[in-house]
Write a protein of this length. Structure first.
Length: 201
């Protein structure tokens, strides 16, 4: 039985749980999704999702509980991970803010990408747009961008799966997947299915 986890500090945790369960059902897989709050919760999971939220708060809480270092160790040893929005920020090796520049915040720091926080503005500047993601087929994917960051740099070993306005918005590095938008806020589970298939490959 497939066991997946969702980091449950803040953000769209229940939405990711539902998306993963629906994705597994659509793939014909028997599985379960557990909430990950402490390092011990990572035991026996075959993949983990890090949702959106406030990346500084999430990083500090995860650092205090020991979850941050446990995630880093497990991901470096091959645990598949899918970060969305703040989750993508936490995965990045380098982060700066659109307004204040370089920031000091706890990061997992395993993905060879550089991120700009709050690139598209605040909550009121949130938007939706159809994204072309060839890996998922010809049907566009509705991207929901909420206080979204931007990926300003990707390393040579990072594959760009989708762009918007000239910037990467969905990237993959080995067993790591990262999106600057919120696929869990749609009924389209294709990205979650892609993550699951990548986790099992």
């Amino acid at each position: 039985m497939l066991k997946l986890g969702v980091v449950a500090i803040q953000g769209a945790v229940s939405e990711h749980v539902q998306s993963l369960k629906l994705a597994m059902a659509r793939l014909g897989l028997d599985g379960d999704v557990k909430l990950v709050k402490k390092s011990i919760d990572l035991e026996n999971v075959q993949g983990v999702v890090i949702p959106g939220g406030e990346s500084t708060v999430m990083g500090r809480v995860a650092e205090r509980t020991g979850l941050l270092s446990a995630l880093r160790e497990r991901i470096e040893n091959g645990l598949p991970v899918f970060g969305t929005c703040a989750g993508t920020i936490l995965l990045a090796k380098e982060v700066r803010d659109a307004k204040v520049g370089k920031v000091e915040q706890p990061l997992i720091g395993v993905m060879d990408i550089k991120i700009i926080r709050n690139y598209y503005g605040r909550q009121k500047e949130s938007f939706e747009v159809d994204l072309d993601i060839p890996t998922l087929g010809s049907k566009p994917f509705r991207g929901v961008f909420i206080r979204a960051p931007a990926i300003e740099f990707v390393g040579d070993n990072v594959k760009i799966l989708a762009t918007y306005d000239g910037l990467p918005v969905l990237v993959q590095q080995d067993k790591m997947l990262a999106a600057t938008f919120h696929p869990e806020l749609t009924n389209d589970t294709r990205i979650h299915e892609f993550f699951i298939k990548n986790a099992l490959s």
